[in-house]
Design a protein around this ligand. Structure first.
Ligand code: SF4
Ligand code: SF4
Length: 66
């Protein structure tokens, strides 16, 4: 699953856009958005770089190994 970006928290700093190795995220009108979700590698770098904690991942339960 691609990242979910909470626009209420996103400040448009661009950290996620710059760190993404897959060119998945773009900026528009001061907010980040997932432009190419199918290109996401699920590396988690964008979430780690977001100082506002605006990025999260929502995996279907069948993909979670317990
Ligand atoms: S790193 Fe976080 S606050 Fe910065 S543009 Fe990306 S989602 Fe928005
Ligand atoms: S998880 Fe990795 S590949 Fe996917 S959008 Fe974030 S930085 Fe890019």
């Amino acid at each position: 699953m691609p990242p979910h970006i909470n626009w209420d928290l996103c400040t448009g700093c661009g950290n996620c856009y710059e760190i993404c190795p897959g060119d998945v995220i773009r900026l528009n009108n001061g907010k980040a958005f997932v432009r190419y979700p199918d290109e996401c590698w699920h590396c988690g770098a964008c979430r780690l770089e977001c100082l506002e904690e605006a990025i999260s991942f929502h995996f279907p339960i069948k993909m979670v190994r317990v």
